[in-house]
Ligand binder design. Sequence first.
Ligand code: DWN
Ligand code: SAH
Length: 411
Amino acid sequence: MSQSVCRFANKELTKVLDLGMQPLGNGFLAQDELKFPEYFYQLECGFNEESCLFQIINQPKPEQMFNENYAFFSSTSTYMQNHFAKFAMNLITKYSLNPSSDLIVEIGSNDGILLEHFLKKDFKHIGIEPSGKVASIASSKGLNIIKEFFDIKIANKIVEQSGKAKIITSANVLCHIPNIKDIAFAIAQLLDSKGIFVFEDPYLGDVITKNSFDQIYDEHVFLFSAISVQKIFNSVGLELIDCEPLQTHGGSMRYTLAHKGVFRKNNSVEKVLENEFKLELDKTMTFFELQKRIEQNKQKLISELEYLRKLKKRVVAYGATSKSTTIYNYAGIGTELVSFIYDNSPLKIGKYSPGMHIPIISETEFINSNANVTFLAAWNHSDEIIKKNYKYTQFGGKWLTHIPTVSYYHE
Ligand code: DWN
Ligand code: SAH
């Protein structure tokens, strides 16, 4: 779906970035699918200074990305399992939640990584998750899952059948949903008058400061800032009351909102906003500058990989991330530069990466890879992955990254 005007403010978008033709970020292919033409779209981004909402211009249809075959399983990271366990406990204690009366709703609950902690404490809960396989995993854990895309109809149905939600939460999902105005309205309708809406997403400020442009791909139709979040939710009567920077996914922000005037605003909101104006997240120019840095980053990465090839070094990658689809396809990195990708996701192992068709092997085989250099495509999980593969480093293996610049870990 191509968009010439901002999805929130209805004002014309200025095209600020172009990352070339791209396949679906999670469009992993089985061997017998390689012979068919693959879907590609032009990955361009737009910005408008009125809404300050950074967005991609052409997004594939939601059903094309989120369906039975959706390959990202949240629980593939132990770090993220701990992150969501802590988050659930935090919510329960901070808001003195009551299991028998307070309804918890999660938008985009995936394999149940967060909601399972509410289930353990017998909370009334509902997860809304359109992607079939991950939704089934969550249901098999005993979770109450609606296998649909969240929208106003679902919100109304929940209110009718179960009442309003004391907590609505969503992690790494809101930035995926194009009709953000309708979604904000649906959330406001579903939220109890004294309820809390808390969501986290990759943060535009981190993308600018860390140059993490691989956060831009089909699924991430938006990269939010507190400036844009405030504008979107103020329009439906919600108020931003807290902002908490997070380390997850290479730099995220947790936004807490409530109906206007119900809770006191924490001074974190002003602090974050102040920093965003310093970073000029409200200026079109900021994203033109980003495009220049992205281009340099790509050239450096290609040069390094070509240099390694000349030296006849064995180079592989770790983490068949959606993010890395952007970098492989933008830089034209295929099997001549990276032989294999190691990963632990059941739906990715044995398949080929979108667009560049690099084979994906189980991470349990990594120790036998004989790789001299490993491109850490899952750079956001670097601590977890490097730690569990300490033997690889002990044997002289090196970890290469391109975020924030092309460099080796521990050098
Ligand atoms: O926003 C999104 C985030 C939450 O997840 C979605 N649009 C899609 C997805 O993005 P991603 O694919 O870039 O996410 P990750 O979490 O960076 O992906 C990590 C990949 O690395 C997964 O395929 C699993 C794999 N992995 C592994 O093989 N061994 C991860 C860890 C931690 C490991 O130890
Ligand atoms: N919350 C999880 C999953 C993030 S991946 C985590 O943080 O790890 C993004 C998820 O959003 C996918 O599981 C996808 O199916 C879901 N999703 C996409 N559009 C949605 C919509 N409109 N309503 C609910 N979930 C949606």
